[in-house]
Design a binder for this molecule. Structure first.
Ligand SMILES: [Zn+2]
Length: 412
């Protein structure tokens, strides 16, 4: 009896641990690249400082933003740069593994475990490619022809390790950063030295996230960590001088990780108490996806504000209007003399004002996947459609002959 209850406890513990997500098994190299660029690339430095001030302003404005409760949909393309293995083996990980990794990422951003906050982000594998054709959002390329890739994997720009040149690997497959968040799954980074890194959001052709194939999983702590960097989160221990001293904390919005509810700490401090002085909740940092601690399970409200503020300014803002996750077949018309739809964004109803000649014609409301959510008929020159029960997000309203006229409707 005792033995079996211990066994059950062990299973519960293991499940709990798995749901939490393991922390970084090795350091991410984002900061190394970032610090190098800040010192050597004046254009990067300038761009980053501009972005920082825009994000600060955006955080202040966000409290009044009509979009504050909207779920942001981020189209993702996963570029698997493998070593020639069959699909589903080695670095050429399966479609299912990638799809489950995206589900795991969304579970973390949506706070499914209930330990942090819901960032209200939905990452979706692209369903429409840059040419408007159907896709599963996964590109596979054999990278073994690139010098040094088979032996050592990729070398992040600015790093001295002996892998393949980063741009040569990314040039094998990348989609426009204005419409897709690019993820490159690689065999190794610096011969196993690192597990992932991401560009802070300064744009450019090679903007995106690099992750080793073994960390592209549904339980990965590395994946949400790197996406956090991609949406301008710093490490919770930012400013510790490499685990040397407590980060400065004079003004929590501009010191450390620029987030006020994640207490500053040293990278290696993950214990029951935080040796660095702070008023905010210690668990918010030591269990944070942006820490290097062994167990990570949350983003905080302050991080959510920063992520969402980043999402609504360039270069990430264009992802929010991308058609990358809108099923092929839904084709938007931006303006039209025959119809007007208001209010948009809508809360409880949308009004459709239409030409009297179209009385009796059918309308359909789709979600981003092309699934029919509502349908009906135009019954007057001002048809009212109830949308109060729909969850927040983007919908598509099609009407007219053969439902050819389609408008984007935002539900708050
Ligand atoms: Zn990191």
């Amino acid at each position: 009896m005792k033995k079996s209850s211990n066994f059950i406890l062990l299973i519960i513990f293991l499940l709990f641990f798995q749901m939490q997500g393991k922390g970084q098994s090795a350091e991410c190299v984002t900061d190394y690249i970032h610090n190098n660029l800040m010192q050597t690339d004046s254009a990067y430095r300038k761009q980053l400082l501009i972005l920082e001030s825009q994000v600060d302003a955006s955080i202040q404005n966000q409290a009044n933003s009509i979009l504050k409760s909207l779920i942001y949909t981020i189209p993702v393309v996963v570029n698997v740069i493998h070593l020639g293995e069959p699909i589903g083996t080695g670095s050429n990980i399966s479609d299912i593994q990638i799809q489950q990794a995206i589900i795991g990422l969304n579970d973390r951003f949506r706070n499914v475990n209930g330990l942090g906050v819901d960032v209200e982000f939905d990452f979706c594998l692209a369903s429409r490619d840059p040419n408007g054709n159907s896709t599963n959002g996964i590109n596979r390329v054999n990278g073994s022809i690139v010098p040094n890739y088979p032996a050592n994997g990729i070398t992040p720009t600015g790093n001295m390790c002996s892998g393949a040149v980063e741009t040569a690997i990314k040039d094998l497959s990348r989609w426009p950063v204005s419409d897709y968040y690019n993820i490159w799954v690689v065999s190794e980074i610096c011969n196993g030295g690192f597990v992932g890194y991401a560009s802070y959001p300064v744009g450019g052709l090679y903007d995106g996230l690099v992750i080793v194939s073994t960390s592209m999983t549904s339980t990965s702590g590395t994946f949400p960590h790197e996406v956090g960097h991609g949406f301008f989160l710093y490490h919770t221990f930012n400013g510790d001088g490499g685990n040397v001293s407590c980060p400065i904390d004079t003004n929590c919005l501009i010191n450390g990780d620029h987030v006020c509810d994640t207490p500053p700490h040293k990278q290696g401090d993950c214990g029951i108490t935080n040796p660095c002085p702070s008023d905010s909740v210690w668990d918010n940092s030591r269990y944070n996806y942006m820490a290097y601690c062994p167990l990570v399970n949350r983003f905080t409200q302050g991080q959510k504000d920063r992520i969402r503020a980043t999402a609504i300014v360039a270069p990430r803002a264009s992802l929010l209007t991308s058609l990358g996750c809108v099923a092929v077949g839904i084709n938007e018309i931006s303006s039209n003399n025959i119809f007007s739809i208001f209010p948009n964004p809508a809360q409880s109803v949308i009004n459709v004002r239409s030409d009297i000649k179209l009385l009796g014609s059918a309308y359909v409301v789709y979600d981003n996947t092309g699934k029919t959510i509502l349908k009906g008929k135009i019954t007057s020159e001002n048809t009212i459609i109830e949308v109060g029960n729909l969850s927040g997000g983007i919908y598509w309203f099609s009407v007219g002959e053969n439902l050819k006229q389609t408008f984007k409707v935002i539900k708050e």
